[in-house]
Write a protein that binds this ligand. Structure first.
Ligand code: SF4
Length: 329
């Protein structure tokens, strides 16, 4: 006979989004630093935050990674890893000049946008890059063809656009934007430039779209949506915006469970929980534990997609790992 469930019912519940957290590009980038530390030993230099998450950066620092802003901070001849967000070609050139051993952890889906930018620039298109000014990914992509690329920072940036030939214009985008806002930007661009071409395939990546999609599903039923992620994580910030647009009555971004203010939960019966693509799931589990201590013990995981994509490690690292394994044999 099955024992009766004696768990007290509080009427408070959590809707846990799936997919959430680590995407294939972040997983690869973090593994790249970990494997490089094992193979070459500490310190390993990483240009910019490898992914935009405080916890991940602190954990890798504790293992011997040193995060720098620019190549000049890396001692000549040392190993430097470029972050998942990608870099402009001049950054590779600087690394070469300083005889740095560069390992490129750029997400392959960002590399795809770089390739599109190079291709359309070679065909002399004007390229309208939809993205957030100052974001590392946008700086890297724009650096592929600065003379051909102009940034369009959301729908309000459309009026500033000027092109040489309205019949030879294409739009590309940052990978971590709001899907809906980008569609709005493109629609506005098309009213000014009816012959505007679209990218050959979606630039907003599968992980960004999937995380936004599931948040849209749960948000209308949520009094509060808590997104675990860092402030400089574009896709995490977008999740809060998407949750609010989709009907959540409140939405907050936290790096850690202890940042949750009890006042946010005071009148809540249903709390939505998700996390950005650079967030390890242990941080989400800590949030669930924090909520359970406050009576939110019923957790329903709402799944709208199953992700199976993985990326292999950068070639240059794999080559050295293979050589080391052969030497040991
Ligand atoms: S969010 Fe998308 S583009 Fe960015 S690292 Fe993850 S998979 Fe790659």
């Amino acid at each position: 006979m099955t024992e009766p469930d004696t768990t007290p019912r509080t009427g408070k519940r959590v809707l846990l989004a799936k997919p959430r957290g680590y995407c294939a590009g972040v997983d690869r980038a973090v593994q790249t630093v970990e494997e490089a530390l094992k193979l070459y030993g500490a310190p390993i230099y990483v240009r910019k935050q490898i992914v935009h998450n405080k916890h991940v950066v602190r954990t890798l620092e504790a293992k011997g990674a040193i995060f720098v802003e620019e190549n000049e901070e890396v001692p000549a001849g040392a190993t430097v890893i470029f972050s998942a967000h990608g870099v402009a070609p001049e950054v590779y050139a600087q690394a070469k000049e300083r005889s740095l051993k560069a390992i490129d952890a750029t997400c392959p889906l960002v590399t795809k946008v770089h390739q599109e930018a190079r291709r359309f620039a070679a065909e002399d298109y004007d390229i309208l890059l939809i993205g957030h000014e100052g974001h590392e990914e946008v700086i890297g992509t724009a650096g592929e063809a600065p003379a051909h690329i102009q940034l369009v920072d959301g729908p309000d940036g459309v009026d500033k656009v000027t092109v040489r030939d309205p019949s030879k214009v294409v739009w590309l985008s940052q990978t971590t934007l709001s899907v809906d806002e980008t569609l709005e930007t493109v629609a506005r661009l098309k009213t000014r430039l009816p012959l505007l071409q679209s990218p050959p395939s979606d630039d907003i990546c599968y992980a960004t779209s999937n995380r936004q999609h599931v948040v849209k599903e749960i948000a209308p039923d949520c009094d509060v949506v808590i997104v675990v992620g860092s402030r400089n994580s574009s896709n995490s910030v977008r999740l809060v915006e998407v949750a609010l647009d989709a009907g959540a009555r409140a939405g907050y971004l936290v790096d850690f469970a202890h940042e949750i203010d009890d006042a946010w939960l005071a009148d809540a019966r249903t709390v939505g929980v998700t996390s950005g693509a650079s967030v390890p799931d242990e941080l989400v589990q800590q949030v669930l534990g924090h909520l359970a201590e406050r009576g939110f013990t019923d957790v329903d995981e709402i799944t709208t997609a199953n992700e199976r994509l993985t990326f292999s490690l950068p070639q240059e690292l794999k080559r050295d790992m293979k050589a080391a394994a052969t030497a040991r044999a």
